[in-house]
Design a protein around this ligand. Sequence first.
Ligand SMILES: NC(=O)c1ccc[n+]([C@@H]2O[C@H](COP(=O)([O-])OP(=O)(O)OC[C@H]3O[C@@H](n4cnc5c(N)ncnc54)[C@H](O)[C@@H]3O)[C@@H](O)[C@H]2O)c1
Length: 264
Amino acid sequence: MKDRFTGRPAIVTGAGLGIGRAIALRLHEEGALVLAVDKNPDVLAALPQSGRIRTLVADVTDADAPAAIVAACLEAFGSIRVLVNNAGLGNAPAFHETTEADYEKWMGVNLTSTFRLTRAAFDALLASKGVVLNIASTLGVQGYRRQAVYSTAKAGVIGLTRNLAADYGGAGLRVNAIAPGIIATPQTAARLHTARFYATIVGTTPMGRPGLPEEIAGAAAFLCSDDAGFVNGHVLAVDGGQTSSAYVSDAMVQCWTDAHPDAD
Ligand SMILES: NC(=O)c1ccc[n+]([C@@H]2O[C@H](COP(=O)([O-])OP(=O)(O)OC[C@H]3O[C@@H](n4cnc5c(N)ncnc54)[C@H](O)[C@@H]3O)[C@@H](O)[C@H]2O)c1
């Protein structure tokens, strides 16, 4: 394991489960001082005990959460070097079923909280020449059935990422995003247990499997480290090749073979 974050304070939201947990643990393993934020105290309590992990129970959509999160990190560690905006919610309703309350809920946790927490941490991040990493989604860069408000929010996260990178790269702040494909976490567990989801979604991913939270964490650690010192405004798909390919199912290959039986 590398040691790229020794002594560097990092905030990770949604750090109790899934992708956020894996990122928090990876940064910690590489020496970071981690403020793990989650709305669920039980999952925070299950994180490893370490003097370099502090926890804060906070719902990132609460009005006073950004200031509280920033204050907790400054009080515990004295600065903010890394901010990972990971807390988010998928499984949104279809566009025609999306109520005003649904809209506020999915935009609030996926986009508004990212904007507001980054704004609250901005001065500290500029002072440390820090790094922001936003967890977007492949659904923020491509269309999908249902999930309109989720896709809208994640596309907004990507827009925010690129704008901040353009505005503040010159001041030494790097801002990037990861667009995960299907990752095996509590959020996707119900779908991943169905054979049909595997056949239609996972099976049409070139690597033929869901990703692991640790595979997002590896990419996150790279983007937050000095190894990515000239990477700014980038949206890194970590999706087994899904967004870079089309029509990769075995059924498509069979159709092709059947239609062209004499082809070499
Ligand atoms: N799992 C996937 O396939 C996938 C794909 C693309 C993008 N993503 C994105 O990755 C991020 C993490 O997803 P996951 O699958 O690990 O989710 P998850 O539901 O498995 O875990 C999310 C964690 O965030 C916490 N959280 C949720 N809302 C919060 C809030 N308002 N305030 C504070 N904490 C909150 C939860 O308590 C939980 O611990 C999300 O932004 C999600 O949209 C996930």
